[in-house]
Design a protein around this ligand. Structure first.
Ligand SMILES: Cc1cc2nc3c(=O)[nH]c(=O)nc-3n(C[C@H](O)[C@H](O)[C@H](O)COP(=O)(O)OP(=O)(O)OC[C@H]3O[C@@H](n4cnc5c(N)ncnc54)[C@H](O)[C@@H]3O)c2cc1C
Length: 457
């Protein structure tokens, strides 16, 4: 292969994937971007379709004409080194070969199993935000937005601006939330954004209560009330502080967890980070994973916001082009140093956010025996406890005995919770460099025909 014939496939067309594609094509790689969504843009640009900013769909169109973008296309398998298997309604199942691959598959919302979390009317903050902003649908008149982190403010703003009566409860203590001001001041854009939310929420009389947690959700067929309590620094309810509030809907936001399935299927190391209560794809400083020719960028390597996603994406594209022999060494050194300096500024904010808003032990202790742990397979906390009488406290053994994590989501929703529940109450020690269960294709739900088109040998 001459250098210019080399292909770069980018999985994920959010800001990280778009920047990786633009950078790769700028240096002469033949780039294909694949995304399962109907449009380019990922999480951030879904509600900002006309933005011309870096990493946006408009930026991709303007800057990387030589790039092929395949939307509605799900990567569901990696059957051999250098090959991905995709499925789309138009093309059916296809094998997509690559010389270099950037995984920019983003993150998804962390689900927390607390009493009542599966009742109709309970949603994640991102889901409710998307409904309110994109479809102009609100889930009820009185909504409680609960969890931890600045994303609660964005969700509350979207709901309040559509006429909901909103109360925000953030389990973080106010003094911890304020401790981030010096880090935020280094990225003035973020400071201005935060100030804007506080001002708009104050104008709409949205109460924001720090150091409080929804400890249980009540209702027969749908949400009717929540119990809210003050919590200590471990997020354990303080006795005597619980009170009930009548609500029509509950919006839970306990942060995001990276998509890891494809990375692990390909054989990339993932690393457990205590401060995130979760895993992320491991990379070197230039976004190379532990598998040669495979890079990772954006929230797949850790939750750090859109600014960091754009920059890590760009660095991954640059490193892929450099490794393909398309970028002179001195140019790579100069450009990568500049990008890494910028990433550092965002990372400092991200580190503070992780430390401040990290879910604490008390959160994993709220579930009772009747609480659903795996909603795909209807496995309750009581079922897990019974299984623990027969087996060791490890997610893979519990999966075998109870089927927790074997449903259509393949454990994406329940496993981050089950791992933390086992860690906090059952002395489970997380392996530092790989997920404590194996990943099998299909990593995303696809029609049976996708599978039958390509029987595995
Ligand atoms: C409602 C909302 C508001 C936000 N607001 C802000 C904000 O104000 N400031 C901020 O800094 N951050 C914000 N964020 C976070 C921000 O969106 C993320 O930091 C950013 O989108 C991460 O970019 P990414 O490219 O890593 O991932 P994403 O944008 O999540 O893109 C990943 C893409 O990969 C695709 N994908 C994943 N797996 C597959 C597969 N197997 N096959 C095919 N495609 C796949 C997905 O469809 C997705 O389009 C917000 C997030 C949400 C949900």
């Amino acid at each position: 292969l001459s250098a210019g014939d080399q292909t770069l496939v980018v999985v994920g067309a959010g800001p990280a994937g778009v920047m990786a594609a633009i950078e790769g094509s700028r240096w002469g790689l033949n780039v294909t971007v694949v995304d399962e969504q109907a449009r380019i843009g990922g999480q951030y640009y879904r509600t900002r379709a006309d933005s011309p900013a870096d990493g946006s769909p408009r930026h991709l169109t303007a800057a990387a004409q030589a790039t092929e973008a395949r939307v509605n296309t799900t990567v569901f398998d990696a059957p051999a080194t250098g090959t991905l298997r995709t499925w789309s309604p138009d093309r059916g199942a296809l094998d997509v070969p690559y010389d270099r691959l950037v995984l920019a598959t983003g993150a998804y919302e962390r689900a927390v199993a607390l009493p009542g979390w599966t009742l109709p009317g309970v949603m994640t903050a991102g889901g409710m935000h998307a409904l309110a902003k994109n479809q102009r649908v609100v889930p009820g008149r009185r909504v409680i937005v609960a969890g931890a982190g600045p994303f609660l403010l964005e969700a509350a703003d979207a709901l309040a601006s559509r006429g909901c009566q909103v109360v925000v409860v953030d389990a973080t203590r106010l003094r911890d939330a304020l401790s981030g001001l010096p880090a935020l001041a280094r990225v003035p854009k973020l400071l201005v954004q935060a100030a804007g939310y506080f001002a708009r929420l104050a104008r709409r009389r949205v109460a924001i209560r720090y150091g409080e947690l929804v400890t249980a959700i009540h209702g027969d067929d749908a949400v009717e009330e929540v119990t809210v309590a003050r919590v200590d620094r471990h997020w354990r309810p303080i006795p005597g502080t619980a009170r009930r509030l009548k609500v029509d809907a509950v919006c839970l936001g306990f942060g995001f967890v990276p998509h890891l399935d494809l990375a692990q299927l390909i054989g990339c190391n993932v690393e457990y980070h205590d401060e995130d209560a979760g895993f992320a794809v491991a990379t070197d400083p230039f976004m190379r994973t532990t598998v040669a020719g495979v890079y990772a960028a954006g929230e797949t390597i850790g939750i750090a916001g859109v600014g960091a996603a754009r920059l890590t994406g760009r660095l991954a594209g640059l490193a892929a082009a450099f490794d393909a022999g398309l970028v002179p060494g001195a140019e790579f050194a100069r450009q990568s140093a500049r990008i890494r300096l910028q990433i550092g500024r965002y990372r400092r904010v991200a580190e503070w956010m992780r430390k401040t808003y990290r879910p604490r032990r008390g959160l994993w202790e709220l579930a009772v025996d009747e609480t659903m742990a795996c909603r795909c397979e209807d496995v309750t906390i009581g079922d897990l406890r019974s299984a623990l009488e027969l087996t060791s406290p490890s997610p893979v053994d519990l999966k075998t005995l109870t089927r927790a994590g074997m449903g259509p989501c393949q454990g994406r929703i329940c496993s981050p919770f089950i791992i933390e529940w086992l860690r906090s109450g059952q002395n489970f020690v997380v392996p530092p460099h790989h997920l404590p269960w194996s990943i099998r294709p299909p990593v995303r739900p696809v029609p049976l025909e996708a599978w039958l088109d390509h029987p595995r040998g």
